[in-house]
Write a protein that binds this ligand. Sequence first.
Ligand code: AMP
Length: 560
Amino acid sequence: MTQEIGGFAALGLHPNILAALTAVGYEEPSPIQAQAIPVILAGHDMIGQAQTGTGKTAAFALPLLSKVDPAKREPQVLILAPTRELALQVATAFETYSKQMPGLNVVAVYGGAPMGPQLKAIRQGAQVIVATPGRLVDHLRRDEKVLSTIQYLVLDEADEMLKLGFMDDLEVIFEAMPESRQSVLFSATLPHSIRAIAEKHLRNPQHIKIASKTQTVTAIEQAHLMVHADQKHAAVLRLLEVEEFDALIGFVRTKQATLDLAAALEAKGYKAAALNGDIAQNQRERVIDSLKDGRLDIVIATDVAARGLDVPRITHVMNVDMPYDPESYVHRIGRTGRAGRTGRALLLVTPRERRMLQVIERVTGQKVGEVKLPNAQQVLDARIKKLTSSLAPLVADAEASHGELLDRLTAEIGCSPRALAAALLRKATNGQALDLASVEREQPLVPGAGGAPRERRERDGERSAERGEYRERRAPLPLTEGRVRCRTALGTRDGIAAKNLLGAILNEGGLAREAIGRIQIRETFSLVELPEDGLDRLLGKLKDTRVAGKALKLRRYRED
Ligand code: AMP
């Protein structure tokens, strides 16, 4: 493990940041991180051309957190993001990466929430401000000094900010910051307007772009599937029902994801295992040997762990999480189609990652066609096909070996051979759904692939995780000591996500992120764990808070 985190350590990040990375399970820097982190640490201004999915947030968050002084209780880092969702997402990333930095506070500043608590959090010494431009300008109108101590600025998704008409706001914000600051700009595209901003407000910026050599992939049939982030497991399970594979390797980004998905597959009866950088070398070799000889059919791996893997049996590569760049995509799918055989590569794409798909298509010079999630009828057909092919070879000599037994049993039970055959089938298929209505009931989770425009939910991984988890675990979860559970009558029905609750409580309650425990969102209500100490004062502060336009009315929840 130390060896993999070494990838990050070699970049010169602060030890506390490295510790946080170990905790989140990143194994090595993505290409944009490997390039951007040293440049930002060295104090240069920078233009990074990268889209969502490349790991760009960590590319600026990690070096800036390494530079911030948590002992100074004043704003030092400003991140500007085009939307409230992105601002919250970036703020959450900063919180995750600064878990081991006591005293470091992050505030998210965006419209639609009261300004007072946001300003208060800034004045109380949040070192990192993540803001949408419009709301930040509102703050500047109230207090023109709020940004006077900023030393590091990041414009995230700069092209999107301009598309949303934030140009004038950006100018106001630039004027309110010290000129001596370090500035970093990330943008998926670099139109003239972005170059003009860079020219005016950045000093000798270094350009970072992931070079993309054209790559060729032959003998591999490629397809993609549009899916929402919270439905990936369900989508993988469904795809596996209809894909005729011999052995399959699935790629995900983190160690935890290898474990989670491998466990989900095992639970469904697949011979699956995880392969990640935490697994000792000899154990890794054992996993690969098992995949080679058929004791395993599926391996879920991170890029690092799958390096150099050469197993001719692999007919399928599934990119469950998007690779960081086209090179890595080509490298991953090269695990199949070995030794002149053909292979199939599937890529799951979340709505925000569409652009990455286009980049992959451009670099490989090939169209990666879309497949839809198999429907219940297709799943049923595939199951029956499997059953047929497993039974067909047994029919030939079964009568000779078991015919007499059949006669005796039908006579003793007093039933027809058809009834007995049906009973045996029921036993052999072990409760598996094998009629259309049952298959439909079994798979309610995933609606039509590529489906409804749910971009907003897509950005909201935290809420998705919460929902998935809660569906499975209905029993009250144990409380952490010193915390109490509070309840609001707002739930998914009201359009509430964990992030909305979190945002409201962080901003208006003036709490640190660590003070807030688990958030559980149900349909008609939500629960959140808050510190017992000072609870009444906190609830007082949140008395008039509104979330998604509705009164939060948070109350202590009586556990029984
Ligand atoms: P971004 O491009 O910043 O939106 O990041 C995309 C996703 O990649 C996020 O879910 C990150 O948590 C994840 N990620 C970023 N860097 C790494 C890394 N070095 N290893 C694994 N996952 C990462």
